[in-house]
Design a protein around this ligand. Sequence first.
Ligand code: CO
Length: 223
Amino acid sequence: MNNETINFQDPGDTYQALIDGNKAFVDAQLAADPDFFHKLSKGQSPQVLWIGCSDSRVPANQVTNTQPGEVFVHRNIANVCVHSDMNMLSVLDYSVNVLKVKHVIVAGHYGCGGVAAAMSSQQFGLIDNWLRHIKDVYRLHAHELDLITDHQVRADRLVELNVIEQVFNLCKTTIVQNAWKERNDLQIHGWVVDIRTGLVKDLKVSCSNTENLGKVFALDKEA
Ligand code: CO
């Protein structure tokens, strides 16, 4: 039995490791820059909003090699952007209109349990209501997905299509469309993190205007 296994089985050790880890983090940051936390305490001006999956394997800062203060973060199961989700809308509004971020990145990941669950017919409980949004993505793209016989390949493609639909969902919000009327430096991007390699795949669906949204979603200037 190795140490890793012992830690996993002993909640006390796991918990203490977090306290020790924090001390090690602070020490390392201060060694690199004695003023680091003093500067952080003065405020934040991140250029990026990351909307990712809650999965523990896709942490925004580590994946992008960024520091505290550089990325504003919102995460939920399977990185879904629903226009009636006050949590997501509040994060989006604050980051776009107050922080004035220049890039919003919807970051999905291959091997996403939420997407895999949405692809099945099994009941998982409360979360089924959240996963319904991804089942809707499947329905929109069933003509393509149903032709993919390999389950893994189909799940990977649904991960990508889910990200693309969430990018469009962000573009359809009044928050993003009103910001585009005021400034031309806000872009919405779609990424997939490949947890098998750690590398990011840019899905090349970046949007900076209402083109391709369809006429009922491209809104007139704010009333
Ligand atoms: Co996931």
